[in-house]
Write a protein that binds this ligand. Structure first.
Ligand code: SIN
Length: 484
């Protein structure tokens, strides 16, 4: 059971219009490491969700009318509370999602960093003055909040995914209705408790847990009180939401699937490349959208890289995220587990060789062995689909041209990584890669100060950085005429 210093963080009711609301139905949340039931959470219907949307809609003019400095102060207080309660929030996160406790705490602080960043940005939502096009004209550009934002977020980062959407939205004066994954609603509800304690006014931030995922998504897209949808999840669902938003030409931000290439050139520092691969591939048991999904090693360095990578992967300890020694937790559910199995058996059937792992872990349940597979080819499932598990598939390549071509041979374009010590090659590759983010000699690119997001079928919009508020504002220009 959880051992929280502030037990009030474990909330199971919906948070709407500044209050905790009980509804008739509930759904159970389970710990993926043990299968143990953690809580029964309010299961909202679409009618319930509409009440939250109305509350957000009523609150929006009041919130937008506050000064940037006032909104900044409230966001800063929320950030401070998240940092102060990071240990409790991490426990809740590990319990419902499975990642090791230290990683969970890292996520909580990462989430809080977005709230801090956008608290600072709230004071700097600057417009522009454009020189008039006629002698009597003056043009001024305003940035205004889009209105109410509906957010749909996944289970792999139950805290940070919400934080990096709600923080820019609230900073510019939008209000927010969050539907967290039904697998991990407790982190979102704990964030709501802290938003409440921070004094964020009623209706500004609402959390609506529900198992009616498709219906709530449809409501967000069709309800005229919602001005914008922000979604992180699969490309398949992103396309559905985009289609549903089309009839109202509703704004959408989408952070969708990835299939990140991780390229190791002959001139790379092998130790650094292995270190980078471990973090880019195995963070969160391989369940991140920016995970290295395809590892390309150049022929001259391939064997050494595979040997070192395999040695390090053997050192991982699989287990319950609450145990100090654990470096790899369970997969989120049986479907995720089956996908990993399918990718490995497909690769082996088509000629790949398992160097490490390759089987369900002896712990049983949803634990899978950290795995390294070599001899990968482009006809294998893992070449074109996200594995979303602790599997490092290594492809061998000969030339830089081949590497660039294979890396770009994907409909996705979220992240890419490569290791080289040649500065010219670094620029050539970075410019050629068709992704929104490129890690050069690093396997960790996520930070609140940079614009996170993809191109191609990996999405629209950017989260974090000075660009992160752009998706939550409308530009309006005022043209003054007749100026003497
Ligand atoms: C992801 O989108 O899954 C990665 C999240 C992050 O690294 O910020």
């Amino acid at each position: 059971m959880l051992d929280l210093r502030s037990p009030e963080l474990l909330r199971t009711k919906a948070y709407m219009n500044g209050s905790w609301v009980e509804v008739t139905n509930t759904f159970d949340v389970h710990n993926p490491a043990t299968g143990q039931e953690l809580a029964s959470v309010a299961d909202l219907t679409v009618d319930d969700v509409r009440i939250a949307i109305c509350a957000a809609h009523r609150a929006q003019p009041m919130w937008a009318a506050k000064t940037g400095k006032e909104r900044a102060a409230l966001l800063r207080r929320w950030h401070d509370l998240m940092v102060a309660h990071a240990d409790d929030l991490a426990q809740i996160l590990t319990a419902e999602m499975g990642k090791p406790l230290a990683e969970a705490k890292g996520e909580v602080l990462y989430g809080a960093s977005f709230i801090e960043w956008f608290a600072e940005e709230a004071k700097r939502i600057y417009g522009d003055v454009i020189p008039g096009h006629q002698p009597d004209k003056r043009i001024v550009v305003l940035k205004q909040p889009v209105g109410v934002v509906g957010s749909i977020t996944p289970w792999n980062f139950p805290n940070a995914m919400i934080a990096r959407k709600v923080a820019p939205a609230l900073a510019v004066g939008c209000t927010f209705v969050a539907r967290p994954s039904e697998l991990t609603p407790l982190s979102a509800l704990a964030m709501a408790e802290l938003a409440h304690q921070a004094g964020i006014p009623a209706g500004v931030f609402n959390v609506v847990p529900s198992t009616a995922a498709a219906e709530v998504g449809e409501e967000f897209c069709s309800n005229e009180k919602i001005a914008k949808i922000t979604f992180t999840g699969s490309t398949r669902v992103g396309k559905i939401l985009m289609e549903q938003c089309a009839s109202q030409v509703k704004k959408v931000s989408l952070e969708l699937g990835g299939n990140a290439p991780f390229i190791v050139f002959d001139d790379a520092d092998v130790d650094a490349a292995v270190e980078g691969a471990l973090i880019a591939k195995f963070r969160n048991a391989g369940q991140t959208c920016v995970c290295a999904n395809r590892i390309y090693a150049q022929a001259g360095i391939h064997d050494e890289f595979v040997r070192e990578l395999s040695d390090r992967v053997r050192e991982f300890t699989v287990g319950n995220g609450f145990q100090d020694v654990t470096s790899i937790g369970p997969l989120i559910n049986k479907a995720a587990f089956r996908k990993v199995e399918a990718h490995i058996s497909d690769a082996v059937a088509k000629g790949a060789t398992v160097k490490v792992g390759g089987s369900p872990h002896a712990l049983g349940g949803q634990f899978y062995e950290p795995t390294v597979v070599t001899g990968m080819t482009s006809d294998m499932l893992a070449a074109s689909e996200e594995t979303f598990g602790p599997v490092a598939p290594v492809f061998k390549f000969e030339t830089e041209e081949q590497a660039a071509m294979q890396a770009n041979d994907s409909e996705f374009g979220l992240a890419a990584y490569f290791y080289t010590q040649d500065l010219n090659r670094a620029w050539r590759m970075a410019e050629q890669l068709q992704t929104g983010m490129v890690g050069i000699n690093t396997g960790l690119i996520s930070t609140e100060v940079a614009p996170f997001g993809g191109i191609k079928q990996s999405g629209l919009g950017r989260e974090g950085s000075k660009y992160g508020t752009d998706d939550y504002v409308e530009l309006k220009y005022m043209c003054f005429g007749g100026i003497q």
